[in-house]
Design a protein around this ligand. Sequence first.
Ligand SMILES: C[S@@+](CC[C@H](N)C(=O)[O-])C[C@H]1O[C@@H](n2cnc3c(N)ncnc32)[C@H](O)[C@@H]1O
Length: 303
Amino acid sequence: MEDETREHVPVLVDEVAQLLAVRTGDVILDCTVGHAGHARMLAESAGESGLLIGMDVDEFNLQSASQRLEGCPARWRLFRSNFTRVDEVLSEAQVPGVDVMLADLGYSSAQMADPGRGLSFQSDGPLDMRLDDRLEQTAADLVNQLGERELADLIYRYGQERFSRRIAGAIVQARRNRRITGTGELVAVIGRALRVDPNSRASKIHPATRTFQALRIAVNDELGALTNLLAKAPRLLRPGGRIGVISFHSLEDGIVKQDFRARKSDGIYDILTKKPVAASATEKERNPRSRSAKLRVAVRLES
Ligand SMILES: C[S@@+](CC[C@H](N)C(=O)[O-])C[C@H]1O[C@@H](n2cnc3c(N)ncnc32)[C@H](O)[C@@H]1O
């Protein structure tokens, strides 16, 4: 899923609006505010008495969010923070509970399109992949330092790549000569391992897709952060409050599904989306990013 433009178009906007059902005066927490596409829309519904708290790890996206929020009727505050620290952010903002919570996971189109971040296999750039440039470990560190077995396991587990061993073997062989530092170099190594031309459009998905996904998930601890956020959510939501999560691959969606189900059986949540909500055919056509998006929403019960 890489054929997207630099401008970030938020996904499932109508579905988010309908299922999160913001009321006047609501406190909204956007855990991944990005360019504030969803946040602005939700904050408009909360009106002048509403409050939006937006979080993101990316300084650039936060600047973009603050521009988008200019003139917004609701009060708003933005925080540069990982959503694993959501409780600290809310206590700093002196917000004891929220009515609506959204996490639109992963990266924005602008992040993917910036070769300097090394998220894309379509342009050559440093093998970085950090969404938060304060993190110490880059994708190049993982690729050059992990043992062959660990690398293969990582590519298999987070990329669901069935050729993980072959790719890990080729990486270890290539790095014997010199450190792999660029996305282009890694793409070439993967192409050699799978005996395909990475530039040919023969297969439906690019041969580097799964390996790049795996490295990005590992560098940003995406699954750990999501699990952590979901564990905290019931304590942050007011009774009747709603949580929506938009995920972009089955590993994330599986975590959300399991979490909501477990809390439903504990009497903590009711699930509003029996099946995950996907984009309409028109939206998929218009915005390639929406093709893999899945939205799940739950409501916090009184207890
Ligand atoms: C898909 S974009 C969100 C786009 C946003 N909904 C909009 O409409 O503009 C995901 C954003 O989440 C941020 N992000 C990813 N993981 C994060 C985390 N653990 N904590 C905080 N922000 C995170 C990324 O930097 C990115 O800006």
